[in-house]
Design a binder for this molecule. Structure first.
Ligand SMILES: *Cc1c(COP(=O)(O)O)cnc(C)c1O
Length: 222
């Protein structure tokens, strides 16, 4: 029980119905992605633009690529049209740029807004008060070519399970608060939380999309 296909079926068997799996393939080659594809997996997560652009042509067209890393503004144009979901939109400036470039390319880009709750200086994302203000002021109405499909978040990188639970719970609350604040928001229904080490806790706290790399593909060679 050591192959990628086995790992995928183990994860799928453990996931409750309605929770979607993103297989995080960053730093693994196209052959590894192909093994997962042949096992039926279609949704893959990549964190670097160049890597996604290099891998995508090596795999069938029905792969849904999710971008999950910090997206630099100078890489936005290259990424537009190549993803089924950009999960890691971490600032309003980036959101506006994706909108502008998507309109220019004549496409609509589906995104998640990344929320920052973890106690780590280095993590990107909207602060809770910042994201609530964005929706309270209904600034999403100005978007022309972006569809905000929900939120993505990460818990603090710690063994303290109370802390991890609190972080996921806080992100879930923001998700519900936004839905309550803007009940007319269409297709805002993805809550992407949980990685190899913490996904059961994320699912307990309302996640309906998990991003799992190591538990499927093994350790990454950086
Ligand atoms: C790498 C990464 C993951 C997957 O992490 P694993 O611990 O390997 O499951 C999930 N989400 C994001 C944003 C990542 O960068």
């Amino acid at each position: 029980m050591n192959t990628i296909a086995d790992h995928i079926s183990q994860v799928l068997a453990a996931l409750p119905e309605g929770v979607r799996l993103v297989a995080v393939s960053k730093f693994h080659d196209a052959a590894a992605v192909r093994q997962a594809y042949d096992a039926g997996q279609r949704r893959f997560g990549e964190s670097r633009v160049q890597e996604l652009l290099a891998k995508a042509p090596l795999l069938p067209d029905d792969v849904e690529w999710h971008f999950i890393g910090h997206l630099q503004t100078n890489k936005v144009r290259q990424l537009i049209g190549k993803t089924s979901l950009i999960e890691s939109v971490d600032s309003e400036r980036l959101l506006e740029l994706i909108d502008k470039e998507s309109e220019r390319a004549g496409t609509v880009t589906r995104v998640l807004l990344q929320v920052h709750v973890a106690r780590e200086e280095t993590k990107f994302g909207f602060y809770p008060e910042e994201i609530m203000e964005y929706f309270r002021n209904r600034r999403f109405e100005q978007l022309k070519a972006v569809h905000i499909c929900g939120l993505m978040g990460m818990a603090s990188n710690t063994d303290d399970t109370d802390r991890v639970n609190e972080d996921f719970s806080a992100i879930h609350k923001i998700y519900r608060d936004i839905k309550a604040l803007c009940p007319d928001l269409r297709g805002f229904d993805i809550l992407s939380m949980g990685m190899s080490g913490d996904w059961p806790s994320a699912v307990e706290h309302g996640s309906n999309m998990v991003r799992i790399g190591t538990a499927i593909f093994g350790p990454r060679q950086y």
